[in-house]
Design a protein around this ligand. Sequence first.
Ligand code: 9UX
Length: 72
Amino acid sequence: DQQRLRFSVGGMSCTSCVATVEKKLRSLPGIKTVSVNLAGNFAQVNFDADKISPPEIYAAVEQAGFRTLAQH
Ligand code: 9UX
């Protein structure tokens, strides 16, 4: 099933940071759409829950050097 996930991303201070986060997210299996908001410090993805989970998505962004926090 496709699901939407929105989460805070800490440590993005420029458009290059945004590009890094977007590239990382797009490289993951099961990610369908990616939107990263610099001013709002958040990211939103649509993903296939059969292929990837939110903790795996957060871990990938953190491996790229940013902090994540789940949003409700
Ligand atoms: Mo440029 Mo963004 O060094 O943290 S990539 S500020």
